[in-house]
Design a protein around this ligand. Structure first.
Ligand code: ZN
Ligand code: ZN
Ligand code: ZN
Length: 77
């Protein structure tokens, strides 16, 4: 089942965080409406009964980076 991934880079040296654009992660299930493997002839009303119609709850991902953020780096020069 497909979902969106939200990445937020946390820069430890200055304490700033940078949100990256939301990314859609596709699954390969034929039973998911958003999947590339979903058959194009699978349409409502049957599709709504056999296939996922929603994205999974978005994943939050916040890696800690031992560095300054790009803005602070640029200001240091
Ligand atoms: Zn999917
Ligand atoms: Zn379907
Ligand atoms: Zn910063």
């Amino acid at each position: 089942m497909c979902f969106f991934r939200r990445v937020r880079n946390v820069y430890l040296r200055c304490g700033h965080a940078v949100n990256l654009p939301e990314e859609e992660i596709k699954c390969d299930s034929p039973r998911c409406k958003f999947s590339p493997n979903h058959p194009s002839d699978c349409v409502p009303p049957s599709c709504t009964q056999t296939c996922w119609q929603y994205h999974q709850f978005p994943q939050q991902y916040a890696p800690n980076i031992d560095d300054f953020c790009p803005t602070c780096k640029a200001a240091q020069r």
